[in-house]
Design a protein. Structure first.
Length: 200
């Protein structure tokens, strides 16, 4: 009977023992950017094209990461870019979202291009944002390191993408196109000065 009680107690403590020994896998929530103010483009459609495919073979280590760099970048673009126009389209291409390792060096690289295309197919403007981060030396907890690297690259990509878009594609921002001029400042007229009539 005492053996049965010990077994039950051990089974109740097992999850805590596993967590303390590293047996319980760590949960990494997906990286999302929908809490930020979207970048509203004055186009009727946004197309996200993935032109990069991870090889799945060395030196690619994207499968070792707790978050997929390509899927994370694609989700960020969906979260941030919105179409609020009636003509043209924005073609957003991902040409790089790689995570590679060579010896004790790990590199995360991302490259995004936004091109505005008119209804006639003519290119009207573009921005390109490449971002790279490299870690060299002791790795330690590899999953923590890869998560932090991708998170850092995504933060930099997010900031630089918005800066470049608002700088180089300013004329294609919905708030610029739909902005209404402010009211004209009016200078109030001075009150008429009272002049007494001359004595008779």
């Amino acid at each position: 009977m005492s053996f049965l009680r010990l077994t039950r107690r051990a089974s109740l403590l097992l999850p805590f023992v596993l967590a303390a020994c590293g047996g319980e896998p760590k949960v990494y929530p997906p990286l999302r950017y929908d809490y930020l103010k979207p970048i509203d483009l004055s186009v009727k459609a946004i197309e996200i094209q993935t032109r990069f495919v991870p090889s799945g073979k060395s030196p690619d280590i994207s499968l070792d990461s707790p978050v997929d760099p390509l899927a994370t970048l694609h989700q960020m673009l969906e979260d941030r870019l919105k179409a609020l126009g009636s003509q043209g389209r924005a073609v957003v291409s991902i040409s790089d979202a790689s995570l590679t390792q060579s010896g004790d060096e790990i590199r995360c690289s991302m490259d995004v291009k936004i091109e505005i295309v008119g209804d006639d197919g003519q290119p009207l403007g573009y921005v390109r944002v490449p971002v790279t981060r490299t870690h060299t030396g002791h790795i330690g907890d590899k999953q923590d390191l890869l998560h932090d690297m991708i998170s850092g690259v995504m933060d930099e990509m997010n900031i630089e993408l918005e800066h470049q878009t608002r700088t180089k594609l300013k004329n294609w921002l919905a708030e610029e196109v739909t902005a209404v001029p402010g009211a004209v400042d009016a200078t109030p007229l001075a009150a008429p000065r009272f002049v007494p009539a001359p004595p008779r």
